[in-house]
Ligand binder design. Structure first.
Ligand code: ADP
Length: 211
């Protein structure tokens, strides 16, 4: 749920809907002695905040606190390890050509790059496209040269709530995250790749919740 400070008029609308649900926007506007268009943005904000629900041709309903709490708890309790997919990995020395073929064969948009079983980078569709439109020999060029590399890789962990993983995807404007476990060898921290979380995994959770 989006936490927002409500304006006075939005609080008034909530009280009206609580007492009169289901109620149309026209009737809400009449009770406030305003036009429908004057309250349109307030209604949208209340819907986005999860406080009101709109049913077409019926009107607006108040969403009970416990219902919202239930949704929030659900999303807080689902962990990355509950929804992750198998990772697709490639060695840093593999050619860009092989990386592109792997991307097609495995039907993914991102490949994780490893060396000695440790995460060292990520290559995505755009990285491959950029390389192909330059005058590079993609049979000779290794993916290790074109990847985004550690320590700039955004990762998630098996016990992280999926809400946190979703937040990282949105904040960093990327499509997927490697799911990793930390390993410390001779005081150096490494990441072992255990899975993958993409926008699709997160979207699937929303769909499952609603069917
Ligand atoms: P696409 O190339 O299909 O748009 P992304 O938006 O995920 O895919 O990737 C955009 C850029 O971000 C690429 O340069 C890619 O290497 C990089 N990138 C992708 N995933 C990650 C990640 N988890 N951490 C850091 N960089 C990433």
């Amino acid at each position: 749920m989006i936490k927002i400070e409500l304006k006075n008029r939005q609080r008034e609308i909530l009280e009206i809907v609580k007492k009169n649900e289901p109620i149309t926007s026209e009737n809400i506007a009449n009770l406030l002695e305003l036009s429908r268009s004057a309250i349109r943005s307030d209604l949208s904000i209340l819907i986005m905040a999860g406080l009101l629900e709109a049913k077409p041709k019926v009107g607006y309903f108040y969403v009970e606190e416990n219902e919202r709490q239930r949704l929030q708890d659900y999303f807080k309790n689902v962990k990355v390890k509950d929804i992750l997919s198998m990772p697709v990995v490639i060695n840093e020395k593999a050619s860009v050509y092989d990386g592109i073929v792997t991307m097609f064969l495995e039907d993914v948009g991102t490949i994780f790059v490893t060396s000695d079983d440790h995460l060292i980078g990520v290559v995505s569709r755009k990285d491959f496209l950029k390389t192909c439109i330059g005058s590079n020999d993609i049979h000779k060029m290794p993916v290790g040269i074109i990847m985004t590399r550690m320590p700039n890789i955004v990762v998630t962990f098996p016990d992280e709530p999926i809400v946190e993983a979703a937040r990282k995807i949105i904040e960093h404007q990327i499509d997927s995250l490697p799911v990793v476990e930390k390993k410390i060898i001779e005081d150096v921290e490494y990441y072992k790749v255990k899975g993958r979380i993409s926008k699709t995994n997160i979207t699937r959770q929303f769909v499952e919740l609603c069917v």
